[in-house]
Design a protein around this ligand. Structure first.
Ligand code: ADP
Ligand code: MG
Length: 239
C-alpha cells in the first residue's frame, strides 16, 4: 500500500534503521503524534515545523511503552525525543509528585542536565509538569527540598543523585520512566557504578530509554543489563 511506501521512503531518506520489522510507522508530522493541544502549541511556539527523524521514530515506540536504544548524533533533537513521551507517561500515570518523581533522566554533566531541565520546563509548563535538576558543585539541601516539594521529573548527574539517594531522604519508588541520556559519555566519565546503584533504587517494572551517539561494547553491555527487550533505532550509518 501507498502508506507503507511513504514510510519506507521516509526511513530511507532519513537513514532510519530499526531492529524490528513490525515497528510502528514514524510520526512524520506533529499532528500525527496525537500529543495534546498544550504540547503542540509549545512546539509551534518554538517554530518547529516537523519532528526530527529520531523524534519521528522514537515517539511511536515510546508511546507504546517500549524500551528503546536510540543511536543518533548530537544535535538531532534527542531531548524532545524522550521528554514529550515522558510528559504523556506522567499524564497517564498521574502519580502524586509529593510521593516522588515519575520520570528520571540521567545526564553526564551539570551543563547538559540544566539544558534538559530548561527544555522540560519550556515544553511542560503549560501541561503543569514540574521538574528539577540535581548536579554536583552546589549545596545538596535545596536540591533535596525541591524534590520533597513534589516534582514529576528529576534530571540528574549520576554522581550527585547517587550521593543524595545514599542519604535516604528521597524515594524513587514511583519512577517508571527512566532515561539514560548520552549513555556513552556517562560511561566514558566513569559513572557506570553510580548508574547501576541508582537503577537498583528504581522499580524493575519501568520503561527505560537509552540515548547515545555511539554504540561501543560497554554501552551494549549496560543496555542489555538495564533494558528489557529494547527496540533499537539508528539514525545515519553510525553503526
Ligand atoms: P541532541 O540531544 O540530539 O544533541 P537536542 O535535543 O539538544 O539534540 O536538540 C538540538 C536542537 O534542535 C535544539 O536547539 C532543539 O531545540 C532543536 N530541535 C529539537 N526538535 C526540533 C524539531 N522538531 N525541529 C527543529 N528543531 C528542533
Ligand atoms: Mg542531547
Amino acid at each position: 500500500p501507498a502508506s507503507n511506501l511513504s514510510v519506507d521512503a521516509y526511513r530511507r531518506q532519513h537513514e532510519i534503521t530499526i531492529s524490528e520489522k513490525n515497528a510502528p510507522p514514524p510520526f512524520m508530522s506533529f499532528p500525527s503524534t496525537g500529543f495534546p493541544a498544550e504540547i503542540l502549541r509549545e512546539v509551534q511556539k518554538a517554530g518547529f515545523t516537523a519532528p526530527t527523524p529520531i523524534q519521528a521514530q522514537s515517539w511511536p515506540l515510546a508511546m507504546r511503552n517500549r524500551d528503546i536504544v536510540a543511536i543518533a548524533k548530537t544535535g538531532s533533537g534527542k531531548t524532545l525525543g524522550y521528554i514529550l513521551p515522558g510528559f504523556m507517561h506522567i499524564k497517564r500515570f498521574s502519580n502524586n509528585p509529593q510521593k516522588g518523581p515519575t520520570v528520571l533522566i540521567l545526564s553526564p554533566t551539570r551543563e547538559l542536565a540544566t539544558q534538559i531541565q530548561d527544555e522540560a520546563e519550556k515544553f511542560g509548563n503549560s501541561s503543569r509538569i514540574l521538574s528539577t535538576c540535581l548536579y554536583g558543585g552546589a549545596p545538596k539541601g535545596p536540591q533535596i527540598r525541591d524534590i520533597q516539594n513534589g516534582v514529576d521529573i528529576v534530571v540528574a548527574t549520576p554522581g550527585r543523585l547517587n550521593d543524595i539517594l545514599e542519604m535516604g531522604k528521597i524515594s524513587f519508588c514511583q519512577v517508571s520512566y527512566l532515561v539514560l541520556d548520552e549513555a556513552d559519555r556517562m560511561l566514558d566519565m566513569g559513572f557506570e557504578p553510580q548508574i547501576r546503584k541508582i537503577v537498583k533504587e528504581i522499580p524493575a517494572r519501568r520503561q527505560t530509554l537509552m540515548f547515545t551517539a555511539t554504540w561501543p561494547k560497554e554501552v551494549r553491555k549496560i543496555a542489555s543489563d538495564l533494558l528489557s527487550n529494547p527496540v533499537q533505532v539508528n539514525i545515519g550509518n553510525s553503526d
